[in-house]
Design a protein around this ligand. Sequence first.
Ligand code: PGA
Length: 252
Amino acid sequence: MSLRPYIVGNWKMHGTRAMLAEARAIDRAGQRHPKVEVALAPPFTLIHATRKEAEQIGVGAQDCHPADGGAHTGDVSAAMLADAGAGFVIVGHSERRNDHGETNELVRSKAESARKVGLGVILCVGESEAERDAGRAEEVVCAQLEASLPMNQGAVEKLSIAYEPVWAIGTGRVPSLEDIEAMHRAIRERLVATYGEEGAEVRILYGGSVKPDNAAEILNVPEVDGALVGGASLTAESFYGIILAASGENAD
Ligand code: PGA
């Protein structure tokens, strides 16, 4: 990892205020390892409280609406997230693409609206199992990327990509380290082709069943600059194992 490692917990639809104790413990873990950039994306309802409880880690959201505001019942704009204390937003997660039919075009407009108000963006891409079995993983992921990368002014700043094979999310299965490396290299090529030199500074995270016991080997793969972690970010104990692996230090 040549860029500062970025370890992001995605709490998905988990967490009530009782979970703030975990957020505080994760924040303390982050403080012990300042070489690692640690962040949490709790549900909307906990963003403000998590921001207030956590001193050092980043706090972000899991989605936003592309419009600045208006008649969109149940939706939340990027500006509202920033107002609640979010510093970044995840867009294009496969659960959003599948559960809500989100297209690449919509994902791009969400990313652009987030950048417009200064939020960092974690843009997710990933192939299905059938696409991987058909030998189309790289083609699918690169097509998603090209159609969903934000292109407005300042888009490349504070942008990260999360490569998350859909079949690896929440399943305990992970691609081979060779396959992860090949995909991250392909993503890097597209980023540089799109953004020029600045594309080399965009962090590419791996996501999908990252756990304390496989984090070190995954994070050591060339072009893996961090991890987007679901299940293992729900307790400070397991998330700490991943932060520690990213720090390159031994348990203290
Ligand atoms: P997982 O989820 O770590 O539980 O596989 C990752 C994600 O969906 O971001």
